[in-house]
Design a protein around this ligand. Structure first.
Ligand code: A3P
Length: 292
């Protein structure tokens, strides 16, 4: 059944759609376990890529069958998700049969259920430069029928600048999690651009953070499995089975590049964005690369 595209509304100061707030009480009261691993991102920052890497690091050798039978969005539940004809994210997390649980969220830092902090859970946050993030989000909203209508690129970019996106402002999201990292030591803050530049190096950093003693050979195998073309050809990671995505409009694994923003931003849009960026990011030490 087709559902109308949802409207954005202000939810405690953050733009959201009801698909991510309908189960709010259960999300806020979610009981974390000390060994839970949280993958936190602003949408389109490489979440699926990171979830798949973590899933392979923990389960590739012990659960080889799931490689061909369980799509990534079932292996790594999306905590706050409530989608039509689909189990709630909180229920999926509670019924996972593998351990540790790897749990995905796009929540801004102030909305993360408090139990994750109380249990001192490990959190991996991945951020992507604003310009590529905006472009990727635009194409995603074009194909994802359960997201608000994106409009044309120029009106989408204007909304992105204003933070009127599902899960709010990119600026608030990446800076909020960055600030939290200064006081909560169990956050590993990563960058999409670093993953593209040297995936093997980033996998090694992840292993050290998680305390995994994965062999060199296994890490190399995983590096091969998570390359863009390999994930794009894999029905368990390309989201081809996700019924709300319209693949005739765009692809989920679309380009996977750093710098695609240059094909979208006009010179004027780029200048205006740089101006806003300078102002919004003036009080943070967080730095991004828009090309590599
Ligand atoms: P593009 O739209 O720029 O191609 P998320 O999982 O957070 O929704 O992020 C999706 C973005 O990550 C898409 O960006 C997608 O192509 C990119 N991505 C996913 N897997 C990737 C991989 N293995 N290598 C490079 N980029 C990847």
């Amino acid at each position: 059944m087709d559902h109308p595209r949802p409207e954005l509304f202000d939810f405690h100061g953050v733009s959201m759609t009801h698909y991510f707030t309908d189960n709010w009480e259960n999300v806020q009261n979610f009981k974390a376990r000390p060994d839970d691993i949280v993958v936190a991102t602003y949408p389109k920052a490489g979440t699926t890529w990171l979830c798949y890497i973590l899933d392979l690091l923990y389960f590739r050798q012990t659960h080889p069958d799931r490689e061909t039978t369980v799509p990534i969005y079932e292996r790594v539940p999306f905590l706050e998700m409530t989608m039509p004809s689909y189990p709630l994210g909180t229920e999926m997390a509670d019924t996972l049969t593998t351990s540790p649980r790897i749990i995905k969220t796009h929540l801004p830092v102030q909305f993360l259920p408090k139990s994750f902090w109380e249990q001192n859970c490990k959190i991996v946050y991945c951020a992507r430069n604003a310009k590529d993030n905006a472009v990727s989000y635009f194409h995603f909203d074009r194909m994802e029928k359960l997201q608000p209508e994106p409009g044309d690129w120029s009106s989408f970019l204007q909304r992105f600048r204003e933070g009127k996106m599902v899960f709010g402002s990119w600026f608030d999201h990446v800076c909020g999690w960055w600030e939290k990292k200064q006081t909560y030591s169990n956050i590993h803050y990563m960058f999409f651009e670093d993953m593209v530049e040297d995936t093997g190096r980033e996998i090694k950093h992840l292993c050290s953070f998680l305390g995994l003693s994965t062999s060199e050979e296994e890490k190399e195998k995983i590096r091969g499995d998570v390359q863009f073309d390999v994930m794009k050809a894999n029905p368990m990671t390309n989201l081809s089975e996700d019924g709300s995505l319209d693949f005739s409009v765009s692809q989920f694994l679309r380009k996977g590049k750093v710098g695609d923003w240059k094909n979208h931003f006009t010179v004027a849009q780029n200048e205006q964005f740089d101006e806003l960026y300078k102002q919004k990011m003036k009080n943070t030490t967080l730095q991004f690369r828009t090309e590599i």
